[in-house]
Design a protein around this ligand. Structure first.
Ligand SMILES: NC(=O)c1ccc[n+]([C@@H]2O[C@H](COP(=O)([O-])OP(=O)(O)OC[C@H]3O[C@@H](n4cnc5c(N)ncnc54)[C@H](O)[C@@H]3O)[C@@H](O)[C@H]2O)c1
Length: 393
């Protein structure tokens, strides 16, 4: 039995604490050893603060770093969980890969596609294991749904995500020292989050790909911009997003995302239609399909007779801690056991989800233009949208 994977976490903020919680739990089962934490701000490395998010945390045996490069050079870890804001990357993932370390990168991997591609190239050139923080890929219902759809052709999917500005929360990065928002709510800020579609909608985008084992081929988007006089109080991200994806196998997906202020309501609706079955998220996960040999049947079947339970409820929040832990466990074990298939995404496979949401922004900016992702990721026409803007640190 190989030893526990020595993990370092870079960025001990809101999400980093979720990972520290999961890792300290996995440490009890000797799947991992939490060997290092790295954060440029010492308050984020304080034991008391970390324990509030990860009660099992003990600083014993955990090396603390303020610089990622010192962590990489220390040889204290076999793998790094990168959990820093997406616009703050400066080649750390590339340097970690070159040093032979496995990489778990939180989504969005960066806000600039060219940089993400360089990271993927470095990871593949070094031959190190990698994954992206798409924890919903480990959700028991979604695994069942993917299995159900495996022999079907998905015609359409719709996801409605109703959320509000208030749900963003104050983050742990000292953004005010980095030219970012004074209130540290960087997810409401376009330059830091890349829009809500990029920062949060990447989860729904990736989920559509996961359910259908497919990739996004093209994207069209229309956003509703927030009036400028509200930016100071509510952030400068749009109020509402409508995004349509075309998938390689021919189906379409729609994501409607809302982020108003003063609406303290959150909700979610998902629907999946294969050629001959409708999947509904009820108290159980259910598919409605007539599977009789004769079509059409002599009599219209009773809907209840078509109802097939794919997974029993209640459905725990797919974004929740249990799936973050499952992701950490699967990735750590895939590394120690040298079985890449145990992990449900690689850094490179995550590029399509990232490209899709970045191209959604571009489609909106260009008046709803349909953007082919092969062209977005490779052609000169879109090169300026793939690069970090000149002058942005
Ligand atoms: N998978 C999910 O469900 C999920 C949920 C929330 C956030 N995220 C992602 O996790 C990442 C972090 O988000 P967050 O909510 O934790 O933000 P945060 O600001 O609360 O935490 C980020 C941490 O990174 C540190 N940091 C900033 N710059 C750094 C640098 N150059 N080097 C090392 N550390 C640095 C900050 O000090 C902070 O502690 C983002 O990419 C975000 O989109 C994922």
């Amino acid at each position: 039995m190989p030893g526990a994977l020595r993990v370092g976490v870079v960025g001990v903020g809101q999400r980093g604490l979720n990972h520290v919680k999961a890792l300290t739990e996995l440490q009890q089962d000797e799947v991992v050893q939490l060997a290092a934490l790295c954060d440029p701000w010492s308050d984020n490395l304080a034991e008391d603060k970390i324990k509030k998010g990860a009660p099992l945390y003990s600083p014993l045996g955990v090396k603390l770093f303020s610089s990622v490069d010192d962590l990489i050079a220390s040889r204290a870890v076999d793998a790094v969980w990168f959990v820093m804001p997406p616009n703050q990357h400066k080649g750390e993932i590339i340097r970690a890969a070159k040093a032979g370390l496995a990489v778990m990168a939180e989504k969005p991997q960066t806000l600039f596609f060219d940089e993400a591609k360089e990271m993927a190239d470095a990871i593949d050139a070094a031959g190190v294991p990698s994954t992206v923080g798409f924890q919903m890929r480990y959700d028991p219902w979604y695994i069942k749904l993917r299995e159900y759809l495996a022999d079907k052709w998905t015609a359409s999917m719709t996801m409605l995500v109703e959320s509000d500005v208030a749900s963003h929360g104050r983050k742990h990065t000292h953004t005010e020292e980095k030219g970012g928002p004074a209130n540290r709510v960087w997810t409401a800020n376009r330059a830091w989050s890349g829009t809500t579609m990029v920062e949060a909608g990447i989860h729904q985008t990736d989920l559509m790909r996961y359910w259908t084992d497919d990739d996004v081929k093209w994207v069209q988007a229309a956003y509703v911009e927030r009036p400028e006089n509200l930016w100071a109080a509510e952030g400068d991200n749009p109020v509402a997003y409508t995004v349509t994806y075309g998938f390689r196998k021919g189906g379409v997906g729609n994501i409607i995302f809302t982020r108003p202020a003063r609406v303290y309501y959150s909700g979610r609706f998902d629907y999946v239609l294969s050629l001959h079955a409708l999947v509904k998220f009820e108290d159980d996960l259910v598919a409605y399909a007539y599977e009789g040999r004769e079509y059409p049947p002599a009599q219209r079947p009773d809907v209840g007779s078509l109802r097939k339970v794919l997974a029993r409820g209640p459905h725990a929040d797919a974004m929740g801690d249990h799936n973050t832990k499952a992701l950490g466990k699967a990735f750590a074990e895939s590394v120690t056991m040298k079985k890449p298939g145990m992990s449900r995404a690689t850094f490179r496979s995550g590029l399509n989800s990232l490209a899709a949401v970045l191209a959604a922004n571009v489609s909106h900016e260009r008046g709803g233009e349909r953007i082919d992702l092969d062209r977005f990721t490779g052609s000169e026409e879109y090169a300026r949208y793939r690069r970090r803007p000149a002058g942005m640190a």
